[in-house]
Design a binder for this molecule. Sequence first.
Ligand code: PEP
Ligand code: MG
Length: 871
Amino acid sequence: MAKWVYMFTEGNATMRNLLGGKGANLAEMTNLGLPVPQGFTITTEACTQYYEDGRKINDEIMEQIMESITKMEEITGKKFGDKENPLLVSVRSGARASMPGMMDTILNLGLNEEVVEVLAEKSGNARWAWDCYRRFIQMYSDVVMEVGKKYFEELIDKMKADRGVKQDVELTAEDLKELAEQFKAEYKEKIGADFPTDPKEQLMGAIKAVFRSWDNPRANVYRRDNDIPYSWGTAVNVQMMAFGNMGDDCGTGVAFTRDPATGNNGLFGEFLTNAQGEDVVAGVRTPMHISEMEQKFPEAFKQFKEVCKTLEDHYRDMQDMEFTVEHGKLYMLQTRNGKRTAQAALKIACDLVDEGMRTEEEAVAMIDPRNLDTLLHPQFDAAALKAAEPVAKALGASPGAACGKVVFTADDAVAWAARGEKVVLVRLETSPEDITGMKSAQGILTVRGGMTSHAAVVARGMGTCCVSGCGDITMDEENKKFTLAGKEYHEGDFISLDGSTGNIYDGVIATVDATIAGEFGRIMGWADKYRTMKVRTNADTPADAKKARELGAEGIGLCRTEHMFFEGNRIDAFREMICSETVEEREAALAKILPEQQGDFEKLYEALEGNPVTIRFLDPPLHEFVPTEEEDIKKLADAQGKTVEQIKAIIDSLHEFNPMMGHRGCRLAVTYPEIAKMQTSAVIRAAINVKKAHPDWNVKPEIMIPLVGDIKELKYVKKFVVETADAEIKAAGSDLEYEVGTMIEIPRAALTADDIAKEADFFCFGTNDLTQMTYGFSRDDAGKFLDAYYDAKIFENDPFAKLDQTGVGKLMDMAIKLGKPVNPNLHVGICGEHGGDPSSVEFCNKLGLDYVSCSPFRVPIARLAAAQAAI
Ligand code: PEP
Ligand code: MG
């Protein structure tokens, strides 16, 4: 028979997966001999079983719970429903990873009409007993039976008004008794049955409620934001109550062994006398600083300080603890590794190394790479954020916080920013023309588009906050307004975005600038020491490349050359090229482009100082580049010596039903080899010049051909590349070496990688397209239906953000295993957006990739994740 329930005396800290964090730590504290009110933990497996059984607790689990109650009664000497010494318990959730405030808690369970009288009499404190009872009815009704809290709060308010008092604590025992009666009547009215009096029935209801809370909407969102799998389930902890609200020699508190905001070493926390845990959290009364506890409860405080030291030494990490003092006696209710800001995390990790508690490797492993985002991008002021309610949630496409006035066009963004206004650019979707506007904005909000949409990719590259795919917005671009959550927003209205969670807020939420803490460099240094996989960057401009170098990039893994045309009026020549009708016209346009590209490439090589640079040849989905505005069409017509109608006809002919699978990637070079030739000349000439200027640098261009699905495509394009490159090198009398490789971003390329490796010097996984093509989900449209996928539990994460290791990952594995034996020198990387996602980086390390490549601001995250994967 499976074991579904463990007494605290039976578990330990290593059993976290089974007992959840809270349960495992309660057991561990018990083993350490600390004062823990005893109880038991129902395992996470029981939670999973509950769901498998159609949300029912089966007989076997039920039986073990009942046995554990008996054991608990023996240990504590108290009994459920007893007239002499009644047992009251708390029932609390506890998943493997802590999810603060996401799931449910019930206190004072075991009370009924008789027990409350016993308590009142035994304690000599009738007020306390009735207060416990009314709190229990209120919590149970809310959490277990889902009768809204507000009905009870209204009754409390009414009672206070009737009695002419302001605070709950001013209500007398009689008042509270009457309230309890009113609460039960309210319960009966809403539920149609009496409030349960049998403690065992109450307990089963509470346990089910905790299991059920694993699947509540806020827990589901929290899990998705924090990468916690649904399949883990939550454990349930049933623990004897210790009372902090029995009088002035009682109290309850929450404390950290180090400051969770700064990391400073020293006790940090809050304490309330005569209160129960929820009072501290709910902020109804203002708690005192933990140090003041020393005066009130010198003995308990002394003991608590010893417990803190024991726990920190034991866990070798900063602890976050909950405790209660009952008639001067200390009880520990919880300990866990405390949540902390990124800054605090770095400081604590370094301090622990200096204190001899942790090794460098352990310190590196302690930092959540995703947290580093907060050091690199502006954030919301924590207090302001706490007070704010989001009006909507969409995709957190590029991290950071933004607050500004709504503008609807890129030009307005530029103009408003120029006069010192902070703006948020709101668009249906973005296109290359919006780039300068995106740069001027604090943040970008789009109605359409997924994690790899134009807006998302470009914003991440810039390090600008972006929330994408907010389908709840009804947009009226023409009249410069949109509606969201029932409110109409006009140009100039304030809006705030959280690019990490995707939350959208009405109005102003103050932001604070990013500050890289002193310990950042130290941790990164250790990360670099222990990782084996290289980290490159996706950078399209010299400025991006420079930024990425500062953040530790060891090369460029992807330069999207089409993005180089976003600057200034460069797009004009690009449009001339794609709207050419003859080779001559196209070559004339290319002749204008060549020097610009060469100049850019030179700057990239300069910025990278001899580190590898992969230049990807043009891969523009054409619809992103053709002019749409009348004035741009006219400009193009004039430049080409054509009529507006002729240009419009060309644009029409370029229309594609499915541009992402249209005339892009190497298909462009197959139809127009002159484009590949021009780009080759630009790359090679740039490299030759930089090599000449810096003979000690290892300048060796890597030319990358995109969207190859068939070896013959690669061969065909490569021939032009090699001919052109060799001719350039010869003409310059140079000994420059170069490589030609390909992206693996079409499933067929992965399936035939043994063929492709014969022609390729390297593979780079373009997992944006590979995900799109493997799932057959449009990367720009998936946002529209992914929510339904989350709700239906088909997906837990966006596969465009977190690599689908099962399917896409299998193709990657296959490509490497097929490719390497054919070409032992083949080097392999990844440059899809997944290259900066920690769990995907870990997977890439496992596959044996030589490098990951990601946008500049994610380079530190990837460095840390790569180190953690290697440790
Ligand atoms: C990819 O497809 O993963 C990739 C890096 O290329 P792009 O996003 O430019 O299509
Ligand atoms: Mg691609």
